[in-house]
Design a protein around this ligand. Structure first.
Ligand SMILES: [Zn+2]
Length: 349
């Protein structure tokens, strides 16, 4: 099986009424953990790399590791996605490398910190969509600004500073022709999302539902959607870590999102916590050990466990064999001849 377009993967998820986890990777062990979880649960999967990951691993390593995954797990549909592209040039370089979808995060200026204007966001996203669709590559846009900072990317502050306006979401989808849309409903990047257990007052689920009603066919994306479970925090702290008490996005809230048009759910922090906890435990309990495999193996297994659980909770488990991949060349034809609709279906208010 060749790498699959994220658009096809999300179209299938919409048909099946489930969500797909998009898991961030920086190295071989994380890719192995995701692929073993996908095999275990028979899930289609989105592997995503941020600019930080590309800088850390180097593009060629990342790309060839994902190709290796594709060779080793031919039965699993894999999409390779650029997380938070900050400029047209970054997105083009990812497409040239072989990514099957890119996120153009035009909600921020190219510095990845300063919120941009609506017009600037539309212009750069439209430019990326034109370039990408011609080559069969899918594009995720963002409207509204997420809170927090991760990998040096983000406006900081609370997730409630710039929540998405439903009217702007509709206008943005119409003007840009994006395949999927990340919306800001109060979530933040990183581990410190909420200082109390989140409820209706911190996560704007009503906003998500309103946007889905207006854009029933647009695939919505939830960023900053780690659940930051207490048991993973506890393992880190039990073995010498110093995490402050914090809360993530409850899985039930994500599942409510999936019932209301969310098709892609970004998870990174939970995996980071699982890996760090497992490594700390080995080094704490057996300080005489120095073979990296002694702690990388349990770290990989800990991440696999979290990923497999999320795959089951998001509903993608069991769907790996549902469909045959459409080639990227055929995706390009689909965009050109209008079979792959890019004008969103807009429902009345
Ligand atoms: Zn994000």
């Amino acid at each position: 099986m060749s790498l699959v377009s994220t658009r096809q993967l999300l179209d299938e998820a919409a048909k099946g009424g489930y969500g797909v986890g998009a898991f961030n990777v920086n190295d071989m062990e994380q890719i192995q953990a995701i692929m073993e979880a996908a095999k275990e649960t028979q899930s289609p999967v989105i592997i995503q790399a941020s600019r930080g990951a590309r800088a850390f691993a180097q593009d060629n390593y990342l790309y060839h590791l994902i190709l290796a995954a594709n060779e080793l797990y031919p039965e699993i549909p894999i999409a390779m996605h650029l997380d938070h592209g900050n400029s047209y040039e970054t997105c083009v370089s990812a497409i040239k490398l072989g990514f099957t979808s890119v996120m153009m995060d035009g909600s921020l200026k190219p510095d990845g910190k300063t919120p941009s204007t609506f017009q600037e966001n539309v212009e750069v996203t439209r430019k990326v969509v034109d370039y990408a669709h011609e080559r069969g590559i899918a594009v995720e846009g963002e409207i509204g600004v997420l809170g927090g900072i991760e990998d040096g990317h983000g406006a900081g502050g609370s997730g409630l500073d710039h929540v998405t306006d439903p009217d702007q979401a509709v206008e943005f989808a119409e003007l840009t022709g994006v395949d999927s849309l990340a919306i800001a409903i109060g979530t933040s990047h990183g581990a410190y999302k909420f200082t109390k257990k989140p409820d209706g007052s911190v996560l704007k689920m009503d906003l998500l539902i309103a946007i889905h009603k207006r854009l029933p066919k647009t695939h919505l994306v939830m960023h900053g959607s780690s659940s930051v479970p207490k048991d993973l925090q506890d393992i880190v702290n039990q073995y010498g870590g110093k995490l402050r008490e914090t809360w993530g996005v409850p899985v039930e809230e994500i599942q409510l999102g999936i019932k209301n048009g969310v098709r892609k759910v970004n998870v990174d922090t939970d995996n980071r916590l699982a890996i760090t906890g497992a490594i700390r435990k080995v080094l704490w309990e057996t300080p005489e050990k120095f073979d990296p495999r002694d702690y990388m193996k349990p770290a990989r297994a800990a991440m696999q466990k979290v990923v497999a659980l999320r795959m089951t909770q998001f509903g993608q488990a069991g769907h790996a064999g549902d469909y045959k991949p459409i080639s990227i060349a055929d995706m390009a034809k689909g965009y050109a001849n209008g079979t792959l609709v890019t004008k969103p279906l807009v429902a009345a208010k």
